[in-house]
Design a protein around this ligand. Structure first.
Ligand code: WT7
Length: 648
């Protein structure tokens, strides 16, 4: 078992070095330097990892800084579904497992070979066409982690329709906002879902949404739980009935590299979720090569990323990255602690998983449940581990490394975002010694810069804001229907740079440490929740006058939501009201945004211009010393004492 070096780092084992593609820092540096100094040559070479109908691009990269628009490989033609399926079927993987589906209930699994997955996708692409879906049309997808979700998005990719997956845990309102914003005509959903042995209704939520006027004409419904649902004639269609009528063959649409690929909504600092838009060529190139290098994927290996396809991690590393590489990808419907705390490790043992990729929140949960749950199972098939979604604390890193990886498996602590499409900062697992808790080095083509608020570079060791010089291929191109907002959020704050919204620092070895969001985004169990979205839900309650929500540290979830609320005249603080407000947020945003605490206050701290001072509320909510803060900008510094007294 490899152990800690004197300087606190961990070296990849000799055994691992044989598996890795980039086996030394020098090799990384050579490739990295080329990616920065000769980007056009570098990316043209990397584009060979994809199959193109035409490499007819005039320019590899074109950037209009003023407009915050850029293109990669414009004029090149390809299809993402072809790259994920057809080319592997043609290349000899027809009878190789593409997708392993592990259901919520143990023992219920299904395996799709590349050949079978392709034929299901072709049929479903024809079903979409029969509902009038054409290239460029948006299709909303509201499904749990079942194979039909993968089939739907790949079918969209095949015919050039733009998929917009909405996380199945979102509420009716969140679904409504996303469907309307993307103007989706077709919605794919199911009767219900399973989670930890419980059945959850989905079609009911869809029906409730469709009571309102929406853009949706047709709904395709997967029969999954078999529970009775209300279907509306002429609007709702059963998946299995449509599939049995569908033609078997459907050609791939030849897409321009810069054609829209998919929209994925994420939370920002305003109440309205942002529709992050990715394009076909750059995104596919990013996920294809990061999957290969971050995990050193070798043909024949089984990859399991525990993320839901409702988030970018699911898009990039359950689906597009692994399938583009011809890997076997595992899709899990359930939860880590059902039927017992050993479920993850039982799955690893049963399917002999080689690459395991999860989030620190899940690792903390596993650690808390005890080492014996891991030890009960043979997890010796694991070769490399991954972490994503939030900074991983070094003690959690060590547990993951020692107990799960048994000291053999390097950990790729991959830093990236919905907007970056693929990993941008990470320790390449076989190339150098790893530092627990640090995301370490930039991926190819990424030039990170840490800046002060005044836009000057931050000295080594000091916290600043993480920015990236120049766009890279898998960087989001715009926000759906709101390019101004895109410019304003990502390119205007630090002109000439992409602004990540995260804080970071660089140590004396040049390694990067991510310190967390610097905007009003809260990271609950690695999921981004916009403070403004929760506030909007609270303010919609008849008793609420004003609301401000802030993150507080949480042992399991990393951060939890703490809400301060002032009431309208005639309403009084009570436990019932506070519970009602929590319920309100669950209904309007979804259970993931459930506030941990609601504090009813007389007043909120405000500046003379009326702005609520959230940084003070953060301190008060987390019980830290707020007196060190400069309260002179407040209209009434006295409100702080009342807030501290009322803390829950
Ligand atoms: C935010 C992006 C794409 C990853 C899944 C979440 C945080 C992500 C790390 C990491 C520290 C991380 C950042 C980022 N984050 N990975 N390895 N170390 N922080 O995607 O919902 O777009 O959230 O997650 O704060 O901005 P997302």
């Amino acid at each position: 078992m490899a152990s800690e070096n004197a300087d606190g780092t961990y070296s990849p084992s000799e055994e691992y070095r044989k598996r890795t593609y980039i086996d030394s820092y020098a090799k990384y540096e050579e490739m990295y330097r080329k990616s920065i100094e000769e980007p056009e040559e570098f990316w043209t070479e990397q584009a060979e990892n994809l199959d193109w109908y035409s490499k007819g691009w005039k320019k590899v990269f074109d950037w209009n800084k003023k407009a915050s628009t850029f293109t990669w490989f414009k004029g090149g033609k390809l299809n993402a579904c072809y790259n994920c399926l057809d080319r592997h079927v043609e290349g000899g993987l027809k009878n190789t497992a593409a997708l392993i589906f592990e259901a919520d209930e143990p023992g219920n699994s299904r395996v799709y070979t590349y050949g079978l997955l392709l034929s299901e996708v072709e049929k479903f692409a024809n079903v979409l066409k029969s509902k009038g879906v054409k290239k460029g049309d948006r299709v909303a997808v509201y499904l749990p982690m079942i194979p039909e979700l993968a089939i739907t998005v790949l079918a969209c990719a095949r015919i050039g329709a733009v998929h917009s997956v909405v996380f199945s845990g979102f509420s009716t309102d969140s679904l409504f906002n996303r469907v309307q914003d993307s103007d989706s005509k077709v919605l794919v959903t199911c009767d219900g879902s399973y989670r930890g042995g419980k059945t959850l209704d989905m079609k009911g939520k869809v029906n409730e949404m469709l009571e309102r006027e929406t853009s949706v004409d047709s709904v395709i419904v997967v029969k999954h739980t078999g529970k009775d649902v209300v279907m509306e004639d002429g609007r709702d269609f059963w998946w299995h009935e449509e599939m049995s009528k569908a033609d078997l063959k459907c050609p791939c649409e030849q897409m321009d590299a810069e054609d829209p690929f998919f929209i994925l909504y994420t939370s920002g600092s305003t109440g309205k979720p942002k529709g992050v838009l990715h394009t076909v060529g750059g995104y596919m190139l990013g996920v294809t090569i990061t999957f290969k290098y971050a995990f050193d994927y070798r043909p024949g290996e089984t990859h399991w990323c525990t993320a839901d396809l409702g988030w970018i991690t699911g898009h990039s590393y359950v689906l597009y990255g692994p399938l583009s590489n011809g890997a076997t990808t595992l899709m899990f419907e359930g939860v880590p602690n059902y039927p017992d705390n050993g479920r993850f490790w039982e799955i690893v043992e049963n399917w002999k998983v080689d690459i395991f990729y999860t989030a620190p929140t899940a690792i903390r949960m596993m650690r808390k449940s005890g080492d014996e749950w891991v030890r009960k199972h043979d997890v010796s098939s694991l070769k490399v581990l991954g972490s994503v979604g939030e900074p991983i604390d070094s003690s959690v890193w060590k547990w993951y490394y020692e107990v799960v990886g048994n000291g053999r498996c390097p950990i790729a602590d991959t830093y990236w975002q919905t907007e970056t499409g693929s990993h941008i900062i990470l320790p390449l697992p076989g190339a150098w010694n790893q530092k627990p808790g640090s995301a370490m080095k930039p991926f190819f083509g990424i030039e990170p810069v840490i800046l002060n608020e005044d836009k000057t570079p931050t000295p080594v060791g000091q916290d600043g804001r993480l920015c990236i010089k120049k766009p890279w291929p898998s960087c989001a191109r715009t926000l759906w229907g709101d390019h101004e907002k895109y410019k304003e959020t990502y390119w205007n704050p630090y002109p000439g740079y992409y602004f990540s919204g995260d804080g970071a620092r660089q140590d004396s070895d040049g390694d990067i440490w991510i310190t967390g969001r610097v905007d009003d985004v809260i990271s609950v169990a690695g999921h981004r929740i916009g403070a403004a979205e929760v506030e909007a839900a609270l303010i919609a309650h008849p008793a609420v006058s004003e609301a401000a929500v802030v993150p507080i540290p949480d042992e399991m979830k990393g951060e939890a939501i703490y809400g301060f609320v002032t009431l309208k005249n005639g309403f009084e603080d009570s436990e019932e009201l506070r519970n009602d407000l929590v319920k309100q947020v669950r209904n309007e945003v979804g259970p993931i945004a459930t506030p941990k605490t609601i504090q009813i206050a007389e007043e909120l701290p405000k500046t003379r211009s009326g702005k609520i001072v959230r940084r003070m509320l953060r301190k008060i909510a987390s019980g830290s010393d707020f007196r060190s803060m400069d309260a002179s900008t407040l209209v009434d510094p006295g409100v702080l004492d009342d807030l501290v007294k009322g803390r829950r």
